[in-house]
Write a protein that binds this ligand. Structure first.
Ligand code: PFF
Length: 456
């Protein structure tokens, strides 16, 4: 069915609009760049053998991540509502079914689950700001840094407290709304983070083990690659780009009509990938220089970086700034994780943003204790993928996000008519054709194939 351009052009978001294209790009970049790039990417690459994983991840980002990102933005801008209502509205408008709302519902749910553990790790970065300022790491040995980490995460009250503080900060920004809250937080964070990553990279290059780090990241050894690591690479591509769960769709709803979706997507994907690769290049040489194990898991950056900073001139300062920036990066991502749920509650139940943020935030805070306890009291309580934390992470990154992404590209590529998508993306040109080919064939087949191979 043809949908009229008139309807969608008249639609306005209830939550206001971004003040400029730059504001949108910054906000989506702020949501994309987070713990996923600096905390998760290195340890997952480490656990999955390095080079081959990194290569698969890059392929996933380009041939699957890019078209999903563009599809999410275009759907969001066309619907101009929360992801559930947008999918329902467009499902009907495009002559399909209101049941497409389930994509939005799954996204809201995924965001809540992801934030429940994301906030716990973000809390660690807050605590590491305090530890850095107080000079705990100055000149510390590898063993001392390791013990510091083990003692910290071993105490559920400490990490429960930092999780609580982080959730309070997130609720605060989300409650303030699109322009006042979201934009201001990201304006300086991404550039500052980039500068600090370069400082770390400089240190890493001089560590004497840069060659080993580069070889580990870029020499693919395909014998180490299982279908499960391919799925992990796909999941990481979705996680790091914040796609597959409606966050980018929710942000797209506030995007002005004239902004180029393709341009914005290229900028976001480029910045996000660059920061992940920089983080890997900074971290792996330090891992090898200090005889650590790249497969060490979620503690990896919390051992390597404090250790490196502890040995640098001005280390107390750099370490503090680094963890402050990482906390900021996590903060701007956490906002994106809450946005679909909050936008939905505001529109559906007529609540204020503040009420919706507090309600959603309290639920997430409570669920977060499953992950808090996974590092101490319930560390031995393992099922399926491991601890509660491991399971929530596996389920969301490796199942919900790819599945959400699959449905989103199928919707944009097959259900929406050509006129609607070309209205949003610009009708002619190589970019449109490339997007449509990737969205209709490459991305859906790729996602299905990887999901099926890893799970069946
Ligand atoms: N992309 C974020 C990161 O890499 O840390 C995580 C994330 C944020 C995922 C927002 C999903 C989302 F909606």
């Amino acid at each position: 069915m043809l949908s009229s351009q008139g309807d969608s052009a008249k639609r306005k978001s209830l939550h206001g609009h971004w003040s400029s294209r730059m504001a949108f790009v910054l906000a989506v970049t702020g949501s994309a760049v987070g713990l996923g790039n600096i905390w998760k990417f290195p340890y997952i690459a480490g656990q999955n053998g390095g080079g081959a994983f990194v290569l698969v991840y890059l392929v996933c980002v380009i041939v699957i991540g890019m078209p999903v990102m563009m599809s999410e933005i275009l759907i969001g801008r066309r619907g101009r509502r929360n992801p559930i209502a947008t999918m329902e509205l467009l499902g009907k408008e495009e002559g399909s079914s209101a049941n497409w709302r389930w994509v939005g519902i799954m996204g809201v749910f995924a965001g809540i689950l992801i934030l429940s553990y994301y906030s716990v790790i973000a809390g660690w970065t807050l605590a590491y700001v305090v530890k850095s300022v107080s000079g705990v790491f100055a000149g510390a040995s590898a063993a001392a840094v390791g013990t510091e980490f083990d003692n910290f995460v071993g105490d559920w009250r400490l990490i429960g407290l930092s999780h609580t503080i982080f959730m309070a900060l997130t609720i605060f920004v989300v409650a303030r709304g699109v322009e006042r809250g979201l934009e201001q937080a990201v304006r300086f964070m991404v550039p500052a983070l980039l500068v600090l990553m370069l400082v770390l990279l400089g240190y890493s290059i001089n560590s004497g083990y840069f060659g080993e780090g580069v070889a580990f990241m870029f020499t693919p050894d395909f014998t180490k690659l299982t279908w499960n690591s391919v799925l992990a690479a796909l999941g990481q591509a979705f996680f790091t780009l914040s796609i597959g769960m409606g966050a980018v769709m929710a942000y797209g709803a506030y995007l002005p009509e004239e902004t180029s979706i393709t341009g914005a997507s290229v900028a976001v994907v480029g910045a996000d990938t660059a920061i992940a690769i920089l983080a890997g290049l900074a971290i792996f040489p330090l891992v090898f220089a200090n005889n650590l194990d790249p497969a060490d898991g979620p503690g990896l950056v919390f051992f390597t970086l404090p250790l490196a900073f502890g040995q640098m001139a001005g280390g107390v300062f750099f370490s503090t700034v680094f963890f402050v920036l990482l906390a900021f990066a996590a903060w701007t991502s956490a906002i994106g994780l809450m946005e679909p749920a909050v936008a939905w509650i505001v529109e559906r139940f007529n609540r204020t943003r503040a009420q919706a943020a507090v309600m959603t935030g309290l639920l997430i805070w409570f669920l977060g204790f499953g992950s808090v306890l996974s590092f101490n009291v319930l560390a031995e309580f393992k099922f399926l993928a491991g601890t509660i934390f491991d399971n929530v992470d596996y389920l969301t990154s490796n199942i919900f996000l790819p599945l959400g992404g699959l449905l989103i590209v199928v919707f944009a590529g097959w259900v929406m008519c050509r006129n609607s998508t070309s209205d949003e993306l610009g009708s002619s040109g190589t970019w449109y054709r490339a997007w449509r080919f990737l969205a209709r064939f490459v991305a859906p087949i790729g996602i299905l194939f990887v999901l099926a191979s890893a799970i069946l």
